[in-house]
Design a protein around this ligand. Structure first.
Ligand SMILES: Nc1ncnc2c1ncn2[C@@H]1O[C@H](COP(=O)(O)OP(=O)(O)OP(=O)(O)O)[C@@H](O)[C@H]1O
Length: 293
């Protein structure tokens, strides 16, 4: 388990991290979420031992304080790799830096590198490069793996492929600490999340517990052409509905009675969707703005 207690980081005129406390359970995937400038990277870099906090502590239970670097692996957002080297040559090079390391064949399997193993690293696609960087983070067989926005900029298929690899890492009882801008990624992978804004924690818990706590209702959406806003105002409270460019969204705890009202007002239900709240909705509710906005 990792215990982060009352962590603060003051830069000259910015409090990047402001009295942040949380724990990460062994074998869990922990997600740190927040908009640009929220303080995620600063928090993570203090946990990684790269930055010193102004105050507070990070305690890795089960790992001796002077031995932490041997037990963590880090996938940075940007890593410069040597030109002309193939994937295999890079793995061999990085493996030579460690006394204890994973066999190349195992890394190839863990990170699905077989097809690209002899390719010059400059020719890799975004998703392939991220898989190589993940292999480098795993090369010392760490107990704790830090992934800093690992799927930013990847296409949906590559992101899902990467998620599968993270699931495989979790299955080996390794602890994963992930920062991401993608709420669906956090919902898919994380057992526990912390949402930060302006250096402070604004919510924490499992995605399900947070959604249950904040949302009792579901969202019923209709194409905007189906219904006039004047009709919506007559049928529903002002804070129960909102209009977007293409769809109108109605929040409700009673789907049947809401649908009956719409039918009673002769609103066509063609194209109606019903969706549960997700972490995007939670983020919007907590911060007043969407994460990637
Ligand atoms: N070395 C530094 N000196 C001064 N201010 C800094 C420094 N590093 C970060 N900050 C400031 O601290 C705040 C938190 O930055 P941080 O990079 O931790 O946020 P973040 O949540 O990781 O953002 P992003 O999603 O953009 O990576 C920001 O206001 C940032 O400008």
């Amino acid at each position: 388990m990792i215990e982060v207690r009352n962590l603060s980081k003051q830069y000259k005129d910015v409090k990047a991290v402001d009295d942040v406390s949380f724990t990460v359970s062994k074998g869990h995937c922990f997600g740190l979420l927040g908009p640009n400038g929220a303080g995620k990277t600063t928090t993570i870099e203090i946990m990684e031992g790269i930055l010193k906090p102004t105050s507070g502590s990070v305690n890795f239970q089960e790992v001796a304080a002077d031995d932490v670097s041997q037990h963590i692996g880090i996938q940075f957002q940007h890593t410069a790799l040597q030109d002309y080297l193939t994937v295999k040559e890079i793995l061999i090079l990085f493996k030579s830096f460690y006394q204890r390391s994973v066999e190349i064949a195992t890394l190839i399997k863990w990170c699905d590198l077989n097809e690209i193993i002899d390719r010059d690293n400059r020719l890799l696609s975004g998703g392939q490069r991220q898989r190589l960087l993940l292999a480098l983070a795993l090369i010392n067989d760490p107990q704790i793996v830090f992934l800093d926005e690992p799927t930013t900029g990847l296409d949906p298929q590559s992101r899902r492929h990467f998620w599968q690899l993270v699931e495989n890492i979790k299955a080996q009882n390794k602890t994963v600490i992930l920062t991401t801008h993608y709420m669906d990624e956090a919902q898919q992978l994380c057992d526990q999340i912390v949402i930060m804004d302006h250096g402070k924690i604004i919510e924490q818990g499992s995605p399900k517990a947070l959604l249950d706590r904040h949302f009792q209702q579901v969202f019923l959406t209709l194409p905007t052409g189906n219904i006039d806003t004047s009709v919506l105002s007559e049928l529903f409270e002002d804070d129960q509905w909102q209009t977007g460019a293409e769809r109108i969204e109605i929040a409700t705890t009673h789907v049947e009675s809401t649908v009956k009202k719409l039918i009673g007002a002769h609103v066509p239900l063609t194209g109606m969707h019903i969706k549960s709240a997700n972490l995007d909705d939670l983020f919007l509710k907590l911060t007043g703005h969407s994460l990637r906005g």
